[in-house]
Write a protein that binds this ligand. Sequence first.
Ligand code: ADP
Ligand code: MG
Length: 487
Amino acid sequence: MDLKEVLNKYELVVGIEIHAQLNTESKAYCSDKNEFGQVPNTLISPISLGHPGTLPMFNEKVLEHAIKLGIACKCNITKMMHFDRKNYFYADLPKGYQITQDQTPICRGGHIDVKLKNGEEKSIELTRIHMEEDSGKSIHDLDPFNTLIDLNRAGVPLLEIVTEPVIKSSEEAYQYVSEIRKLLRYLDICDGNMEEGSMRCDVNISIMLKGSKEFGQRVEIKNLNSIRNVQRSIDYEIIRHAELLEKNIKIDPETRTFDAPSGSTKAMRTKEAAHDYRYFPEPDLNPISLSNEFINKMKSKMPELPNELFKKYTSKLGLSDYDANNLTEHKEIANYFEKVIEHTTNYKSATNWIMGSIKSILNQQAISINEFQIPAKHISELIKMIDENKISHSLANQKLFDEMMTHPTIDPLSLAKKNNWISKEDEGELEEIIKNIFIKNPSETERFKSGEKKLTGFFMGQIMKATKGTANPKTVVQLINQIIKEF
Ligand code: ADP
Ligand code: MG
């Protein structure tokens, strides 16, 4: 069956669980450093190792980060909460339990709004967000005979973000995960790097006959390492499910993994009934009581979020949805844009410079805009020079911008002056130049006079040569059409 056939008959239901590693300095329940990529088993104390007699201590930064995300997703923030122990045995979990939140997640409800390609907007409801700790890492592919364990990750703070089963297409899933990642980055609480595992996605998928009220059997795909693969794995599973159902074969409640090269999923383990994690309240940590004051303080610390910026750019600044999307895609780009428009109201031109010449430099040099050499203020000055006809747009784009790259500390007006690129503002001078060119080229002038408009290009070339490209093309066209009448 192909996707189209399947979707004529069946309806997709997806719910997503995302684990986001928080970028705090230290771990969730002790002062060990929280850093990726260090020498294995160097960021560990007896607490991370779960030695008997040690006591955890809660890192309040985790609480702040969780509340920020909760505010951004418009969740209900839980005032009275505690931590729970989730008990299971695994080699990379030295304590034998994970500290998490079961009954009292810090956030309930809330939603993430996504935009789809067809222009439709959809609100994806969240079930909950809770705080927990990461386990260590088992490494199966370094040593051919042994599994290696790195406990640097044990105790790293996580937020788990769970959606309701309301996602209806693989595109919605793609947009949802993109939106969450964007938000985590804007809030500066997680780097969202899926390849390094700082954001991990589990996707729950089922299908049911169109219009049915009863969900089908779900399977869970674990640890997808890119947003693209979230979408691909769903597209693969829909068809696999439909083909089984068409053959009257029951779908197993499995956990599966996605194999990126082949684009297919394979069974990892079957989910036995329900796990018994024997959750109980963590006796070593105090319950947490949040005051309104504390939540309000967090509200006042919120940065501008991408959807708010999008609204501002489309309504107040009059930019198109397309431009506003591009500008808000990355927080750093939006920040740079904000700095440029502190000094200019030509928002469209600021957008064009950033998404055009600047973006192509960033791509060429593989750098982020934070490392871009030219200060935002100089870009706004450049825009002003063009708007005031001090320099032609083409000269600014082709020459002055390069010069600004070479001398990022010098302002563009000085650079243009130094290179003699300032337009001949005195039209009298330009008129003289045009007249001389008409005189020097009598046959072209004759043909132009008798209506051969395509010679405009020829004269433009001559005039640009004579003015070293500083003439404003619009003025030139106006003047040659006016002056030719005298010939
Ligand atoms: P577990 O803890 O076993 O993973 P949960 O009940 O917490 O189970 O659900 C996890 C995720 O699965 C949630 O995002 C939820 O929306 C989603 N989900 C639940 N039932 C279905 C279903 N039938 N089809 C697709 N997704 C589902
Ligand atoms: Mg799950």
